[in-house]
Design a protein around this ligand. Sequence first.
Ligand code: E4P
Length: 224
Amino acid sequence: MKFFVDTANLKQIKEAQELGVLDGVTTNPSLMAKEGVVGKENIFEHYRKICEIVDGDVSAEVISTDYDGMLKEAAELVKIHPRIVVKIPMIKEGLKAIKYLSGKGIKVNCTLIFSAGQALLAAKAGAEYVSPFVGRLDDISTDGMELIHQIRVIFDNFGIKTKILAASIRNPVHIIKSAEIGADVATCPLSSILALLNHPLTDIGLEKFLSDYRTSQSVSKVKI
Ligand code: E4P
């Protein structure tokens, strides 16, 4: 399973890249706003910086909700960098835009997926990725992971190549479950990726190894 970070924060993207396990980045207008990036030129420059840090796909979301507007934005976004993937919302106009763009060989990530039907439509239109939002479903007392499972089964039934990008990941358990189910990608906050590192027995074990080493060194000094 690939690991993407779901942030527009350059420091966090660099940190994730330096860990050596980063495969890509997803952003959205809320994440860009959180970083205080405003104005089209600044936003495009920010995407360029992200693409220079990371080796994999970088999703950049359109803000238009009409077909022509989405196509115009997509044409501008893909000029920023070859690694840009155009993020299109799951709405009727979006579906038409996905069909057009994928037909032109432009990679699309269909965002705001909350049902298997939406994922199937996006895949039929040729999306490279579908982004089911796990955490936001959990927030409304629905099992977000069940949706990932349902989409996996449907895509496997028909050999659909569209990648399942588990989004709105909130914790390390979401990441592990996504991997178990067979999501192709999990896009996560950096904190959830870092949380995978932790286990109390690792800390206890390391402390014991080091204290045994220190003890053995001081004993051998006494012998001399
Ligand atoms: C997907 O690409 C979205 O950017 C993201 O995962 C949304 O996550 P949130 O529900 O934590 O805002």
